[in-house]
Design a protein around this ligand. Structure first.
Ligand code: PMP
Length: 362
């Protein structure tokens, strides 16, 4: 039986060795005779797992002690609210750099709690090609409470290849690109990412926050679980954490280290995405509306010039065991997500299918 390749945008593919190990350990974890799902988060065995997962993530992203690493619930969307609720006070203004649906949602949520300067960072040229504008042209806030940006826009397939300059704390939503490329942690004050793309199953959100930033946060009047400092002091266990998601993330971190870490993932991301972009760009059968310099390595939306073939493309792709290619409902067309768990062979199989489809329908 040939393999199914999963190009879903999230929840997304998980590494096969991770799934097999989870399957093997499901009923008897760590020799306890019960599942990891069935034990106390405060037990010695679970605490060891949690500590190791944090250590491995710190190792993978080269995160120093000046940062706290939190394993929280509520998805990236809760961070859209939690960040302004604690950081946007005293009449200050935050900058939100907008380059797609998720950064806009983050900005709109923040605007419910305080003053927000929404900076449109996208230019659309006469051919409909989108590109990120130079930060020099942005209408900046002089002394922002913080600057928020979305490193990789999952729906539009647009990536910041450089971190925006700011004179305030820098906050990044890395939900769809964390662990796929190396980071210079020095540039950031807070990074967050929902787990369901490059980390593990849905239900957990990772927050990496500089401890110094706690001094600028106000937690009065907020539910205690939104208190980043208290979460850090309590090892993300103010209440019961998402234990199974955390366990699976720990297996993903093990797997990433075995594969050669984030540097290897970055090489693979370049290779896999280049294969797909080359296939799209070789003629005008397929199109991708993002300027080459700003294209995502994780999410590639593409369209058929002859739109009436889209349905056929998706049906035949599914038959060829290439799943999850339907574009986001707001854009239509197709989208391929190439997260860490999608092997090079998956991208190769997709490109082979795209070329065959083109030959038969071009
Ligand atoms: N930010 C980005 C970049 C995303 O891709 C998503 C989800 N696809 C979100 C935020 C929202 O994540 P969640 O559903 O975990 O709230």
């Amino acid at each position: 039986m040939s393999k199914t390749y999963n190009f879903c945008a999230g929840p997304a593919a998980l590494p096969e060795p991770v799934m097999l190990r989870a399957q093997q350990e499901l009923l008897d974890w760590n020799g306890l005779g019960v599942s990891v799902m069935e034990i106390s988060h405060r037990s010695k065995d679970y605490q060891e797992l949690a500590n190791k997962a944090e250590k491995d993530l710190r190792n993978l992203l080269d995160i120093g002690d000046e940062f706290a690493v939190l394993f929280l619930q509520g998805g990236a969307s809760l961070q859209f609210a939690s960040i302004p609720m604690s950081l946007l006070h005293s009449g200050r203004e935050a900058e939100y750099v907008e380059n797609g649906v998720w950064s806009k949602k983050a900005a709109e949520e923040a605007a419910r709690f305080g003053k927000v300067n929404m900076i449109n960072a996208v230019n659309i040229d006469e051919n409909g090609i989108r590109s990120l504008t130079d930060s020099q042209s942005w209408n900046r806030t002089e002394n922002p409470a913080y600057t928020h940006f979305t490193s990789n826009e999952t729906i539009e397939g647009m990536r910041f290849s450089q971190v925006p300059q700011t004179n305030g704390p820098l906050i990044a939503d890395m939900s769809s690109c964390i662990l796929s490329e190396r980071l210079d942690m020095k540039a950031f004050d807070l990074i967050y990412a929902g787990a369901q793309k490059n980390i593990g199953p849905a239900g957990m959100t990772i927050v990496i926050v500089k401890r110094e930033l706690f001094e600028q946060m106000k937690f009065d009047g907020l539910p205690k679980v939104f208190n980043y400092e208290a979460q850090a002091k309590n090892g993300s266990m103010l209440n019961t954490p998402p234990t199974f998601a955390w366990y699976l993330a720990s297996l993903v971190f093990d797997w990433l280290q075995e594969q050669g870490g984030v540097m290897r993932m970055e090489e693979l991301a370049k290779q896999k995405s280049q294969l797909v972009y080359d296939c799209i760009d070789e003629d005008d059968f397929f199109t991708n509306p993002i300027a080459v310099k700003d294209r995502s390595m994780m999410n590639i939306p593409f369209f058929l010039k002859n739109e009436s073939l889209s349905e056929k493309f998706l049906i035949q792709a599914q038959e060829a065991k290439l799943m999850g290619l339907k574009g986001h409902r707001s854009l239509g067309g197709m989208r391929v997500s190439l997260y860490n768990s999608v092997p090079l062979e998956g991208a190769q199989a997709l490109v082979k299918f795209m070329r065959e489809f083109k030959t038969l329908n071009g």
